[in-house]
Design a protein. Sequence first.
Length: 272
Amino acid sequence: MKIKNIFCVMDPTAETQHALARAAFVARAQGAAITAYLVVPKDEDMADPEGWLETQLAPFREQGLTLETQIEHNTDWRQAIATAAERSGADLITKSTYRRPAVRRWLLRNSDHLLLKSARCPILFSKTDSTLAERGPEKILVAVNVNADDPERRELRETVTRYARELVEQLGAEMHVVNAFPNRMEFVHPPDLAKTFGIARNQAHVGEGAAEDMITETCERLGNPLLIMGAVIRPGVKGMVVGNTAERILNAVPGDVLAIVRPGFAKLPPQT
């Protein structure tokens, strides 16, 4: 997994740019360049976007990182992010995120949902309480579903696992795997899960119930590891359902999430 171009979504409403700190961490590890992207809604007046952006980037320029900037004015700023990332040739997108009430997630098209639905590359969603920016994760938790054996999800599971193994090797982190199952008919035997992924028995976590509940519980028990998960987002009506499993997990877990979107399922929105 070689990352050359990181597309960092800047948040002018936040005092601290967590996504930029994560992008800087990855850039130092990979020797990558960062594109700092600021999109300003056309109906809002931001006094000096160029000056604000340069102020945020100054400490990282002093560290010798390669940074470029993109400022865009767009009516639908949520839709604009994925299109701009694709245009820049991004290998990784970094974006800050935060927990939202369930009602807001179900009724509103938030930017995280639209990015999951439209992105063509992995997305690192950063949470404010993560330590990834400082020293990298000590543990990486991979969310899988070994009972899903259709070709699409099997391919996605293999891709997610490959990313995780490469990160474990690069960062010297400890790899854990979590698998939730909906009922006892689909029970996953922990030793089998450990053997499948080549990890110790105590690094394989299983449980019956909703995926977001089991994964969140495991994240909290492990001390907020970096979670790596796959997201199969289908076009059409199924892809428009706000509150899909990937988004519910993203909203529920307390730490950073690396979302791997299955190639070929993401569909870019029309440019405006």
